[in-house]
Design a binder for this molecule. Structure first.
Ligand SMILES: [Zn+2]
Length: 294
């Protein structure tokens, strides 16, 4: 690899004055008979293709995660194992699509595999004792305690990796999301133990509300309780996909649960309550405006 770069640089140096040099723009076409000129005209209407970072957990150990993500029809750009070392694995080049997001959407976009970088973290997800907890119908959603902790080293690796990706692509804080945020009825990863608040406060990663805004919103006395539609509109405004029904049906509650996993992880219930709604409003107040849609 290093040798190739050196020989390309040498070749470029020698031919620079005759045909120009392509090493600074490797993603521009070259043709047999014609010069592709990328210097004379430049467009201003453009933006990065990568708009999201989607975080996942693998629900398996190192060995099985590696096998699944390297040999199957699912993949991710990066893999964080639970090994006590200094490595982060890159499985798919950032310029190519990894198959990690699937159906769903966020911030008005669908098919997030096209526009995101996916990061998988080795973690078991739900503790074995609670895996069947939802099946007997006693519970609708897993509480905080059912989720497995991440290793401290994994969080540090994720933090540095996300910082780097977010900076290079200038990714909006709101668009650093969990798989559950974009696919609330299918996915619950990276789960309630993923430390979004800490990543925001210690590393400046992602979005988080201001506590004072939340308190102020909660202290407002309103005569009329907000309607289901009003609350759903706030979810939509933030970026969540949510249906138009006038009730808190299961798909709508899945959105509330996904939001709580991210922004109020200690108490994820799938039910709207004053604090959850205040956090949502505080976020919309802080992160107003939409990203570019072109
Ligand atoms: Zn996932």
């Amino acid at each position: 690899m290093a040798k190739n770069i050196i020989s390309t640089a040498l070749a470029c140096g020698l031919t620079l004055s005759l045909i120009g040099c392509v090493t600074t723009a490797p993603h521009v076409a070259t043709t047999k008979n014609y010069i592709v000129d990328s210097d004379t005209y430049q467009a201003t209407g453009k933006s990065e293709r990568i708009k999201f970072i989607v975080l996942h957990y693998t629900v398996s150990d190192n060995e099985r995660s590696i096998k699944t993500l390297t040999t199957g029809n699912v993949s991710a750009h990066y893999l964080i194992l639970s090994n006590d070392d200094n490595k982060i694995y890159n499985l798919v080049p950032e310029s190519e699509r990894a198959w990690h997001a699937g159906d769903g959407g966020f911030s008005g976009r669908t098919i997030l595999n096209d526009t995101s970088i996916g990061i998988e973290i080795v973690n078991n997800g739900i503790k074995p004792d609670y895996r069947d907890a939802l099946k007997n119908g006693e519970l609708d959603y897993h509480p905080y305690d059912h989720y497995v902790e991440f290793d401290e080293l994994q969080i540090k690796k994720v933090a540095e990796l996300v910082q780097d990706i977010a900076t290079r692509y200038d990714i909006s804080p709101k668009n650093i999301i969990g798989h559950s945020d974009m696919a609330p009825s299918r996915k619950i990863d990276p789960g309630a133990k993923f430390p979004w608040e800490r990543l925001y406060k210690e590393y400046g990663i992602g979005a988080w509300y201001d506590e004072a805004d939340k308190q102020e919103i909660m202290s407002r006395r309103t005569l009329v309780a907000p309607s289901v539609q009003e609350i759903k509109q706030e979810f939509r405004k933030y970026g969540y996909q949510i249906n138009n029904s006038d009730e808190w049906d299961k798909p709508s509650r899945d959105v509330i649960y996904a939001f709580q996993l991210h922004f109020r992880p200690q108490q994820p219930t799938g039910n709207i309550d004053a604090e959850t709604y205040a956090i949502l409003q505080a976020l919309n107040q802080k992160y107003a405006g939409r990203d570019d849609f072109y």
